[in-house]
Design a protein around this ligand. Structure first.
Ligand code: AMP
Ligand code: MG
Length: 425
């Protein structure tokens, strides 16, 4: 059924597939439905901590130690007893020197220890005085300012106590998590195995960059989008290249892909035109629904199964592919990978730097650029065209503006913005 609100010239209407006859799904409903079908990969492996970037934790990291391990100095300076300083008129002999990596000896009464950042505070000292307010005088030190008793000491276990969980199951491991794991002495981590995703692009018009472009042909952008979007999510990509607009070729590619991978992604050919072979081919091998999601860009979007392997069919237009990948495929993949917080990206509030008098009835994800105005307010501009074929809209933008269903926008209105960083990792 044609959607009268579809003013986007480059999109095609979705035909009357069974799942397509009811009310269109909201983006949230579509994501919820998808996540309902996502079964995390069960297999796990134990890897050296340094090799775990981008992996998802399958067992929690529990600290075997207190952190800090012992009371240590937060600054370069002098460790002393605050009461001694008052009793000795602000001047104390220096009885030892404790660099990081050494442990020193108990502090002799009425003395100070020269100490450096990270070094253990000697037994008996209760304060570290920063070197900036200290003047060395021969073998002694004079403190030239008021001091705060207890200052500049990081206490044993103040950050983490032995036995507590420092990283939860389902965490996608970034550099900060790996640093944390190493900080509590974890040399190896138990992670989910890498998700294998097979991709192919359908279309007789497609040519690879580097090959000559014939009449009616275009370069294959989607293969590059798919590959790198998936790599950004830490997937192992099985790239099956370009598949012709032909039923048999599509069936063969799908069968092959489903055998090799945990998930199959295809671009293009998901409509119901004569040259769109994805739907009958997936249905021949398994099941497929075409979903009508009340959003722009992004129609049509297909989800199904070939045997036990899930299948997502993305629109051929590159911008639609990029947006639907970020909103739908990404959370689905996150959940398959075992991520705890799989879901839609969190938008940021901003001010519209544009107005829109004729909104579409569907939620409109326009390519947008966020910047700060002179008053430090976050302001969003949108790209001049909403064409879902225009990749230049994505390279111009740094995120997506969300135009609510049917709502005109006046300049200065509050508007939600999704930075690309939220869609890509
Ligand atoms: P389709 O979904 O196959 O009907 O394709 C919709 C539009 O996207 C058509 O203009 C296609 O030429 C274009 N398109 C399909 N696949 C790709 C691709 N891999 N790279 C760039 N454009 C594509
Ligand atoms: Mg096509």
């Amino acid at each position: 059924m044609a959607d009268p609100s579809n003013t986007c010239d480059s999109e095609q209407a979705v035909g009357a597939a069974p799942a397509d006859q009811g009310k269109a799904l909201t983006v949230e409903q579509a994501v919820e439905r998808l996540l309902g079908h996502a079964e995390p990969v069960a297999e796990t492996e134990v890897l050296p901590t340094a090799d775990c970037l981008g992996r998802v934790l399958a067992e929690p990291v529990v600290s075997g130690v207190d952190l800090p391990y012992w009371d240590n100095s937060a600054m370069d300076g002098y460790a002393l007893r605050a009461a001694d300083l008052a009793a000795h008129g602000g001047r104390l002999p220096v009885s030892q020197r404790i660099p990081a990596g050494q442990s020193g000896t108990p502090l002799a009464p009425g003395t100070a220890a020269r100490i450096f950042t990270g070094a253990p505070v000697p037994e008996g000292a209760d304060t570290v005085v920063v070197q900036e307010v200290c003047e060395p005088e021969g073998d002694a030190v004079r403190v030239t300012a008021e001091i705060k008793p207890g200052a500049n000491i990081r206490r044993r276990g103040e950050e983490i106590t032995a036995g507590s969980e420092v990283l939860a199951v389902g965490t996608r491991l970034g550099p900060q998590h790996l640093g944390m794991a190493a900080g509590v002495g974890a040399a190896e981590l138990c992670v989910h195995r890498r998700l294998k995703v097979a991709i192919f692009s359908t279309g007789d018009e497609l040519v690879m960059p580097g090959d000559p472009l014939g009449p009616g042909q275009i370069y294959n952008s989607n293969r590059f989008l798919f590959r790198t979007l998936l790599q950004g999510l830490g997937c192992e990509v099985i790239d099956l290249g370009i598949v012709a607009d032909d039923r048999e070729a599509t069936v063969t590619a799908l069968r092959n892909a489903a055998e090799l991978a945990d998930l199959v992604l295809a671009s293009g050919g998901v409509s119901v035109g004569d040259e769109d072979h994805i739907r009958p081919a997936v249905q021949q091998l398994g099941t497929l629904d075409l979903w009508r999601v009340a959003m722009r860009p992004g129609k049509p979007f297909a989800f199904g199964h070939i045997g036990a392997t899930p299948f997502i069919g993305s629109p051929g237009n590159p911008v639609s592919l990029f947006v639907t990948f970020g909103l739908f495929a990404r959370p689905f993949i996150q959940r398959l990978q075992g991520m705890r917080d799989a879901g839609l990206p969190q938008p940021l509030p901003a001010r519209a730097g544009f107005s829109l008098s004729k909104p579409v009835k569907r939620r409109d994800y326009q390519r947008a650029r966020l910047s700060m105005d002179g008053d430090g307010q976050a302001v969003v501009e949108v790209f001049r065209s909403t064409s879902s074929a225009a990749l230049s809209s994505l390279t111009w933008a740094n995120g997506l503006a969300i135009i609510p269903e049917g709502e005109p926008i006046r300049e200065g209105d509050r508007i939600d913005f999704i930075p690309f960083s939220e869609l890509l990792g």
